[in-house]
Every structure is written in structure tokens, then in C-alpha cells.
Design a binder for this molecule. Structure first.
Ligand SMILES: Nc1ncnc2c1ncn2[C@@H]1O[C@H](COP(=O)(O)OP(=O)(O)OP(=O)(O)O)[C@@H](O)[C@H]1O
Ligand SMILES: CC(=O)C(=O)O
Ligand SMILES: [K+]
Ligand SMILES: [Mg+2]
Length: 573
């Protein structure tokens, strides 16, 4: 996303004054999710949310609709949002957005379509795995769903970066490392197949850097080894925590209870391979590029200026993945420079002690809110669902916590990329989000952050004030929805920032803005061409939404727009 047409970020980034957090004293007592699954289906327009896992299929029947092509239709909304509104009423639409990593378990058109119908807002492609050709096919599937079936699924491409990782395991999908077994981690290249219990390592300095006695963590500690010997390019390791080794899993070295940091600090954040992937992403028109292992704001700025030069007309937003010690040190300047952030808990958990990860998550989520950047909570949310059709209670508690923190989005990784139950994992995220959001609204359990002004220019201050007042009015008057007419998305993100009680209908004429808004908390993005005349916009929107059965006479809304410095409170005629 270019600096000039900022959707989520500030036009004029300057130092932000520290902000104060007002926390309410208690947030305990999560409702039990197991009960959710056996409850009956809710009646239309009731406020009772009883989505069950199996019901996700019922939500949006497939009706081929040619009218979704962008030229012919005048008001485009995705079928999941419209079904949720029709079934449960305004107040009960899902506010938390859902990101699914697409991998071997989910790459065919039917599965992606199932995820779309199950509520996927963003599809993530992890360039650590597979070829660009493979990813291109997935992108084509998503485009087809958007163009022909009325979805607005954004695509997020995640770079590989120069983290240290294992090689490909000779094509095996996983290999078991037994307790007490000896493995060789080698920087040699193998022409034919690897010798038994030998793993290639992506970083040439590995054999030099390690010391006997170091601990080697695979995949954030899923499997652990102790370095017992070094023989030239080969490092002999004893398995101390057995488990499954997955292809290209990340490696982290620990020495005397601390992460060995210097080992790859000279490697670039964006590798030559990543630049090719970035060119590919720009050419394919992806909506977000997520940068792995970011260390400073400079890299983000470097990438943003490259994107602006390469694609002046198309905005690609840059998401900073917070997963390294350095990114935590430079958190504020990194988030300020980015269009959003991801709490990448997988690698973060092998870089800092595990028990610090929840605090880091809370801090990043709150900072993103203050700086008005969307934030994704990622990794291991429902890890056990890679193998099992239901989550553990602990996983449900973790998801609930992220929803209660009002993060913009939750992300599935292995659960949707390589697991046995991608659709069921998504359905769990969806039903837990709906249930916890509702409970927090009803019992006033949401954290109240005291947000300070982020604007530096007078026109921006006006927009910010209008949005903050509109959100307040909407909550006090208990209206059914906020409407925002926005060309660049900025006013929509400012409304979302206040986490209002009602959903925000965001109308934008631009397809790319609509998709990017799909990552933001509480926004239901519509594509609509509108004029400068707010009265005619409102009347037209009312009748279009009535035809779609999404509003009815008597519903109350609060409306704001980019064009007019006013807040309108209207009752649908
Ligand atoms: N495009 C893909 N092709 C093949 N396997 C994939 C693909 N995407 C993901 N996977 C599999 O799913 C697992 C989990 O995916 P995820 O995106 O969380 O990656 P990761 O390798 O753990 O690391 P990171 O998210 O830190 O880049 C991967 O380890 C890999 O086995
Ligand atoms: C998502 C990611 O990169 C991680 O959790 O490490
Ligand atoms: K990655
Ligand atoms: Mg990672």
C-alpha cells in the first residue's frame, strides 16, 4: 500500500505518544464450547448464536450467480456476511476475521470453496513451501470464487525470509524422531537421497556456529535435540524430545537457556528468493505481503517503496510478522511503518521463553489497536485439530482469549494447510468467535483501551473525531449498524478501531480496498459506486439492502462518509 493512499496507516507517521490502558477488573468465565455444538439452530433475527460445526455447510448454499461479476452488479457483498445477517440479525454477525493457510490439504477448488463458505476472510500462502506455480493455481481458485461467486477473499503471501530451516526430507510428509536416537544435521548438499537419519540445513554457517551442548529446537520446540558432536559439515544430535519432523521445519539454537542470536543476524530479512516471490505477488495482485522475521522498520519501508515503484496503481499492504527478538525490541517503529502485524507465535516461541508469548501477544494486539493497524493472532490455535476432529479445551481457551482481546483476525496454519479437518477447524474458530464476542458484548467484558489521537494533519484529525463520535453515538443509541462510504478505506478502519457494539457496513467503489477491509475487525465490506450526494447514497443503499433482505424498515443506522463532514442518524424507511 503506498504512503499516499493509506488505507490503514497514517498519512504522516510521526512518533506516537505513549498511551494509557484502562483495563476492566475481571474477564473470567468463558462459556463452554462443547455445549455450543449440540444446541439447536437459531431462528432468524434472534440474537441467539447457536452455530454448530456441522452447520457451517448450511450457512451459504451454493447458488451460481453470474450477477456477481464486478461490472454488472451494483452492490456486492459476500454471501457469508449476508447469510449471517439474514439468519442471526445485525448484532450477531461475526466481528473477528479468519485467515486460513492453504496447503496440500486445502488446495483444490472444492476445499477452498468450502472454506470460503465456512467464513474464510483471507487465504494465506506460505512461500516456505511448494512452488510459485503451485501457489498460482491457488490464487486462481480464489480469484474465481471472488469473481464468479461473490466472495471478497483477500490473499496474503507470507515470505520465507532467511530463517534457518531443515530441507525437504526426500519427499516424505513427515519423519519420526525417536527419543534417544542420533541424527545428523548437515550443511552438505546431497545429490541422491539423504543417508538415513540425516537432515540438510539451509544455512551454511550452521556447522561453524553450533557448539557441543547446544539445544536445537525444531518447529518452536515440537522436537528437541542436543548437539553431541561436530564433524566438519555434519552436526551430530541426540533426540531429547521425540516427535514428528516436518519438511522445511524451522530450527532455533539455544545455549545455556538463551537463544543463540548472532548465528544468522548477518542474513537478509528479504532474500533474493523472497524478492522473486514479491514480484510474483505484485504481478498476481495479492492484497497483503507478510514479511517473516522482520527486525527493523527500515526493511518495511524498503519493501513499501519497492511496491510503490513497481505497482503505483495497485495497493499491496505490508504486514510485519513479529516473531524475532529484534522485532519485539523495535515493536513500535515496526508496526508504525507497516499496514498491519501478525503475532507469529510459532517462531516467537522458540525465540523467547514460552511463558512470555502471551504477554507479547497482548502487547502487540493493544499496540496495533492504538496505532490503528490490523493484527492477526497466528499459530497453534487449534494444533490438535491437525489430527483430531475436535479441539482441546485448552485450545478453545486460547482462541477465546484472542477473541476477547479483540484482535482483528485469527489464523489457521497446519490445521488448514496439512491437517485432516480444515473445514472443521475453521468452523470451531467461527463458532468460538461468535460466542465469545456475544458474551463479551452482553456482559461488558471487553477491555476498554483509552485510545489517543493518531492524526497529525487537520483533515485527518477531523476524520478521526467524526469516527470516534459516530462509534460512540452508535453504541449509546444502540443502533443496528454503522454505515461508512469510503474510497480509500481509512474512515472504515477508524470506525473499526473503536470496536463499536454494532457491525460496520463499509461501502467502497474499489475492489482491492474491499478485500483489504475484509481483514479488519467488525467490518462488512461492500462494493458500491456512490456519489457525492449522501441522501441519494443512503436511499439507494437502503433499497439495495432491502432487496437483498439484509435490512428492513425501522432498522436504525449511523452513517459517515469520506466526502461529508457529518454524522447522520437514520431510520430505514
Ligand atoms: N504450500 C504448502 N505446501 C506444502 N505444505 C505446506 C504448504 N503450506 C503449509 N504447509 C505445511 O503446513 C505446515 C504448517 O504451515 P505454516 O504455514 O504454519 O508453516 P511453517 O512452516 O510452520 O512456518 P512459518 O509459518 O513460520 O513460515 C508446514 O510446516 C507445512 O508442512
Ligand atoms: C506464522 C509464523 O510464521 C509463525 O508462527 O512462526
Ligand atoms: K513463512
Ligand atoms: Mg514463522
Amino acid at each position: 500500500m503506498s504512503q499516499s493512499s493509506t488505507t490503514f496507516s497514517l498519512l504522516n507517521p510521526t512518533k506516537i505518544t505513549p498511551f494509557k490502558l484502562l483495563l476492566r477488573p475481571t474477564f473470567s468465565r468463558y462459556p463452554s464450547i462443547t455445549a455450543v455444538r449440540s444446541e439447536p439452530k437459531s431462528t432468524p433475527h434472534s440474537n441467539n448464536l447457536n452455530l454448530t460445526v456441522a452447520e457451517s455447510q448450511l450457512i451459504s448454499p451454493v447458488i451460481p450467480e453470474s450477477s456477481y461479476s464486478s461490472s454488472s452488479s451494483i452492490l456486492e457483498v459476500d454471501r457469508v456476511s449476508s447469510s449471517e445477517i439474514k439468519e442471526n440479525g445485525f448484532r450477531s454477525t461475526r466481528r473477528t476475521k479468519l485467515v486460513c493457510t492453504i496447503g496440500p490439504s486445502s488446495c483444490d477448488f472444492e476445499t477452498i470453496e468450502g472454506l470460503a463458505r465456512g467464513g474464510m476472510n483471507v487465504a494465506r500462502l506460505n512461500m516456505c513451501h511448494n512452488t510459485r506455480e503451485w501457489h498460482k493455481v491457488v490464487i486462481e481458485h480464489v480469484k474465481k470464487l471472488n469473481e464468479e461467486m461473490g466472495f471478497a477473499i483477500a490473499i496474503l503471501m507470507d515470505t520465507q525470509g532467511s530463517e534457518i530451516h531443515m530441507g525437504d526430507l526426500d519427499g516424505a510428509s513427515s519423519v519420526k524422531a525417536e527419543d534417544g536416537s542420533i541424527w545428523t544435521f548437515s550443511i552438505r548438499t546431497f545429490d541422491a537421497s539423504h543417508p538415513e537419519r540425516t537432515i540438510s540445513v539451509s544455512y551454511d554457517g550452521f556447522a561453524e556456529d553450533v557448539k557441543v551442548g547446544d539445544e536445537l529446537l525444531v518447529d518452536g520446540g515440537m522436537v528437541r535435540f542436543e548437539v553431541v558432536d561436530k564433524i566438519g559439515p555434519d552436526v551430530k544430535c541426540l533426540c531429547t524430545d521425540p516427535g514428528l519432523l516436518l519438511p522445511r521445519a524451522n530450527l532455533a539454537l539455544w545455549r545455556k537457556g538463551r537463544l543463540v542470536q548472532q548465528h544468522n543476524s548477518m542474513l537478509p530479512t528479504i532474500t533474493s528468493q523472497d524478492w522473486l516471490d514479491i514480484d510474483f505477488a505484485i504481478a498476481e495482485g495479492v492484497d497483503f505481503i507478510a514479511l517473516s522475521f522482520v527486525r527493523s522498520a527500515d526493511t518495511i519501508n524498503h519493501l513499501r517503496s519497492y511496491i510503490a515503484a513497481r505497482s503505483p496503481n495497485r495497493d499491496v499492504a505490508v504486514i510485519a510478522k513479529i516473531e524475532s527478538v529484534d522485532s519485539l525490541k523495535n515493536l513500535e517503529e515496526i508496526i508504525q511503518a507497516s499496514d498491519g502485524a501478525m503475532v507469529a507465535r510459532g517462531d516467537m516461541g522458540s525465540q523467547i521463553p514460552l511463558e512470555q508469548v502471551p504477554f507479547a501477544q497482548q502487547k502487540i494486539v493493544q499496540l496495533c489497536r492504538q496505532l490503528n493497524k490490523p493484527v492477526i493472532v497466528a499459530s497453534q490455535l487449534l494444533e490438535s485439530m491437525i489430527e483430531y476432529p475436535i479441539p482441546t479445551r485448552a485450545e478453545v481457551a486460547d482462541v477465546s482469549e484472542a477473541v476477547r482481546q479483540q484482535a482483528d483476525a485469527l489464523m489457521l496454519s497446519g490445521e488448514s494447510a496439512m491437517g485432516l479437518f480444515p473445514d472443521k477447524a475453521l468452523a470451531v474458530l467461527r463458532s468460538v468467535s461468535l460466542r465469545i464476542e456475544k458474551r463479551c458484548r452482553e456482559d461488558n467484558l471487553n477491555e476498554e483501551l483509552e485510545l489517543t489521537s493518531i492524526s497529525t494533519s487537520f483533515p485527518d484529525v477531523i476524520k478521526e473525531e467524526i469516527c470516534s463520535s459516530a462509534a460512540k453515538i452508535a453504541s449509546r443509541l444502540q443502533v443496528d449498524a454503522l454505515f461508512v462510504y469510503t474510497t480509500d478505506g481509512q474512515m472504515a478502519s477508524l470506525l473499526s478501531r473503536w470496536r463499536p457494539d454494532c457491525p460496520v457496513f463499509a461501502f467502497t467503489p474499489t475492489a482491492s480496498v474491499r478485500k483489504q477491509l475484509n481483514l479488519l475487525w467488525g467490518l462488512i465490506p461492500f462494493r458500491l459506486n456512490f456519489s457525492e450526494d449522501m441522501d441519494s447514497n443512503l436511499n439507494r443503499t437502503f433499497s439495495l439492502l432491502k432487496i437483498k433482505d439484509m435490512i428492513k424498515s425501522g432498522d436504525r443506522i449511523v452513517a459517515v462518509s469520506d466526502m461529508l463532514q457529518s454524522i447522520q442518524v437514520r431510520t430505514v424507511p
